[in-house]
Design a protein around this ligand. Structure first.
Ligand code: ATP
Ligand code: MG
Length: 201
């Protein structure tokens, strides 16, 4: 193929691609907030959510972050996010971990933070609210699915919600507008590489 033919072929391919993209843009006209579920066993759920909060804040909107599981270490992202104007940040007290094994204590900690999450979900100023590791609150029966669904359904029209955690139940996947299932192909930790600040937390 001579140079001109190659250029023409490329131009036709790009034109076709542009037509497809334009048609998709033309179809997507509804303006409303969305529910995003980031689930699965691969790495990248929470960090993707934090990145999206930064996007929201970058446009001058308010955002909320509730961390239902506080890591053993101070998370780098939470430290920097907390310094950004417009972010309201809550962490579930008593540091729910797999180790507490005390349902009553966990329930008390959850019951203290949930009203704060609900307040964010009913605040029209909050453009994006992230409920980090919320799936475990459902899995450990600290939160009723019906309660969460009601709060999500009643939220302001323009508000986006990001829900993270492994094993998102079908009800949440169905309710969501965008669902990403992170697939683990490899993880350095499994090959014996120690978890490190700035990558894992
Ligand atoms: P990240 O916070 O890096 O986006 P995540 O939210 O997808 O990860 P979680 O299940 O919340 O993953 O686990 C949090 C911690 O466990 C992080 O330090 C992350 O790097 C690590 N991790 C995530 N996936 C895996 C995996 N498949 N194997 C081992 N460690 C993992
Ligand atoms: Mg996570």
């Amino acid at each position: 193929m001579n140079e001109q033919a190659t250029a023409d072929k490329h131009q036709r391919k790009m034109q076709k691609h542009k037509e497809k993209v334009d048609a998709t843009i033309a179809r997507a006209q509804e303006e409303r907030g969305v529910i995003i579920v980031l689930t699965g066993n691969g790495k990248g759920k929470s960090s993707s959510g934090f990145g999206t909060l930064i996007r929201t804040l970058g446009h001058g909107h308010e955002a909320g972050l509730v961390q239902f599981i506080k890591g053993t270490w101070e998370c780098g992202e939470a430290k920097i996010l907390a310094t950004l104007p417009g972010l309201t940040h809550e962490v579930m007290g008593s540091g729910f971990t797999w180790e507490t094994q005390d349902k009553e204590q966990d329930q008390r900690a959850f019951d203290q933070v949930w009203p704060k999450a609900k307040a964010m979900l009913s605040n029209p100023k909050m453009r994006t609210v992230m409920l980090d590791e919320i799936t475990y609150m459902l899995a450990y029966d600290l939160l009723d699915m019906a309660e969460l669904v009601a709060a999500l359904r009643a939220r302001p029209l323009e508000q986006n919600v990001i829900l993270t955690g492994r094993g998102a139940p079908t009800t949440l996947r169905e309710l969501a507008d965008t669902v990403t299932d992170m697939k683990m192909e490899k993880h350095a930790f499994k090959a014996g590489v120690k978890a490190q600040a700035g990558i894992e937390w």
